[in-house]
Every structure is written in structure tokens, then in C-alpha cells.
Design a protein around this ligand. Sequence first.
Ligand code: SF4
Length: 220
Amino acid sequence: MNTRPIPWDYMIQTMREALAGQELPSVSLISRVNNDPFAILVSTMISLRTKDQVTLEAFNRLYEKAHSPMELARLNADTIEKLIFPAGFYKTKARNLKKSAHIIISRFSGNVPNKIDDLLSLPGVGRKTANLVLSLGFNIPAICVDTHVHRISNRLGWVKTKSPEETELALLKILPKKYWIEINEILVKYGQALCRPNSPWCSRCPVAGSCPKTGVIKQR
Ligand code: SF4
């Protein structure tokens, strides 16, 4: 891992400026419109392995019919499937959404829980989803590490890790808390616009001078 101090304020500010005008990831957009942890939970569950535009449309169709765990639990799984199709793994997601709604009603009085272990007890909810619900749904500092956050944090030399779970633990130790909520949105957008998975746009990247490009084989 990079042992030099990381100039966090400079890095984050420079990335923010480079991303001005860039579209928000679907769940971030949903969080701006709906101040509702249930909306964040449902949209994040739909978003796994699904394109942003598909997530947005699938979420809107489902949320129109089910604004709460009670309303979601009343829908049958076939209806949920149809509403969220063509999201990836829509059949499994429909079942998990319905089961989660029942658990939220029976164990958490109908309210989406705001503790990570409680969120992780819901079917289909992993650390990525749980942390996004905490951060965007409840404004609780938490770091949501998805494939973009994991890849870019390693390329930049912030961490040296093999899995998103390891990256989360490493970032919790070094990233200033004021950036925990925001880092996911910044790096998702950065990964879509510049630090692309297969051939990053290093020639256009404003933080290239501070980036060791760890693991980058091909760049533009
Ligand atoms: S220099 Fe290249 S590898 Fe490093 S953050 Fe920028 S785009 Fe990604």
C-alpha cells in the first residue's frame, strides 16, 4: 500500500470537479428524489448486475405500486417479477424483495432497520446494499464498496486488497469520515466516465499525477 500521506481533500475535490455534469448513478438519483430508506433498499436490490436506466425504470414501476414494506408484502412474487423485469436475476430479486418485506414487518415493526447486522439478515442484502441503505437512506457514515470503488481504490494505491470486503475495511481505516458517504457516488461516476474497467482514460484523468495505476495493463 502507498505509505505516503494521501492528499484526500485535493483528490476528492479534483474528482468532483472532473465529474461536474456527469449523470448520477441510479440509486443516488433515487435518493435525491425520495427521502426514504425503503426506496434505497428496494432500488439497490434491483440494481445489482443491472444497468442504471433499467434499474431506474424498474424501481419506478415497483415503487408506484408499493411505497412501503406492507404494500410490497401484499404483492405476489409474479407481479413483482413483471414490474422489475428486465432487471438481472429478476425472479430471484422478486422473491428476495417479498421475503425482505415480510421480515421487515415481522421483526422491525415495518421500518427498514438502520443497523448493519439487521440489514444483512435480509435475503439478497449484502454489505454493498446494507452500506448504501445506511449512507443514502439514513445519512449514517458508511462506505459502500462496489466493483468501481474496489477497482479504483486499488489503482490509485489507496489500498492493496483482493475483494470489496477487504477494501471496505481498509478504507474505513484511512479515508476521512467526512467522505464515507460520498466516496461511492464519486468513484462510481469516475469509473463510468474515466477510470473504466478495461482501458482507463489516464490521458484525460486529472489525478493521473498522483496515481500509480496499479494493475493497469492497457490505458488510453
Ligand atoms: S490515472 Fe488512470 S488508473 Fe489512475 S485514476 Fe486516473 S484513469 Fe484511473
